[in-house]
Design a protein around this ligand. Sequence first.
Ligand code: ATP
Ligand code: MG
Length: 454
Amino acid sequence: MPFLTKAPRGTADQLPFAAAAYRFLEEQFTATAQAFGFGEIRTPVFEHTELFDRSVGETTDVVQKEMYTFTDNGGRSITLRPEGTAGVARAILEHGLTGEAMPLKLFYITSCYRYEKPQAGRLREFHQFGVEYFGSEDPSADVEVISLADTFLRSLGVENFQLKINSIGCPACRAEYHKALKAYFAAHIDDMCGNCHVRLEKNPMRLLDCKAPDCHAIADGAPSILDYLCDDCRAHFEEVKRQLQVVGIDYQVDPHIVRGLDYYTRTVFEFVSDALGAQSTVCGGGRYDGLIEQLGGKPLPALGFGMGEERLKLICDNLPTFVAPENTCDVYLIAADASAKDYILETTNVLRQNGIYAERDVCGRSVKAQMKHAGKIGAAFTVIIGENEMKSGVADLKNMQTGDTEPLELADLSYEIMDALDDYYLRKIEEMYPDPDDGEEAPGLTVLKGGKDK
Ligand code: ATP
Ligand code: MG
């Protein structure tokens, strides 16, 4: 049964090195979101299917083709979340957060599920960093959200990206635009795909978002929403652009961005990167002022973004964001014979309780084999302890890189090892950054132990 040893298509295991990189990205995202005043929210991996039909929209690709939907044993239709916003919107309504002080600022780090054709940067289980910002219609809120995404990318050393923005107006100005779109696409519909026939009837703006090459080419010539914005929407968009200039964020206006989900209004934006090839969008977001009302709440303006974690990691893999140093294990306590075994067990435990990566043999290896193993896992130091050391009360700490040894008192071994490690890592930092005041910035942002996953 070969499939027992093969993960389902479109899913990915993260082995320790990659997992450490993801953890770093997640910690960095959390820190940035917190600096912007966002609190974390966690919602269930599955929701009632109707929630996504209602919010994401029945004519979208996501709802029509991509959802993982099943009936549970109680006969309910359940869907694995294809995106993060709907669950958060449902949660704030359920818990009455819409009545709290505004703005309400939430972030999440979440898995998403879409039945898509897997390729680089496109999975069936993927992860998103996201934020939801409720309670402000003001363009300042749009700039806060865009600025958070921009700050986060820059904090990782990502610079080679473009921000594309557009306004898709409000229901009032969109009515006229829909008429113009319908007239344009009706003349071309015979050359378009089956889905686009449905879109023309139900939701003409979706026609701009079709990925089929023929449809895409036709969409290129479609009327631009920017020619149809009402005065309020136009002024809103102008102010978003003005504030982006104030804060020094470059953007390109792209009237073809409509976003893949139905709930958007006014500002929509994407961060794209050449480093990603065909799947160039690393982050997509915008405003969805009608969403909360659509889900049965009182009107509450809202906006946010979703950023693909896997796509972000692909970008960072080409940058010095993740730095791999030589050493992994801090110290390996080698048992020369059975007499030191319990002492080693106790001491490794104390070291680990103090956050030191201490290792000992658990496979009955010879001293030589333990030494080899210590080398293999990159131990910075080793200490050999046997009958002689137990009697004399002294053992040698060996620096595995230089071969230097220094005698340590067994009575105080764990503290002496910690002191030695402090000196060792301090010296390493001094070697890496000889003069911290000379203005040279520390490269990379984290130290990931080990090499690449096999
Ligand atoms: P795309 O046009 O690439 O299909 P989308 O418009 O469907 O993206 P959103 O729903 O806005 O994407 O999701 C936000 C972000 O999540 C995307 O910009 C992307 O980085 C990431 N993302 C979306 N779908 C996938 C997927 N199947 N695999 C990996 N990442 C994804
Ligand atoms: Mg998509």
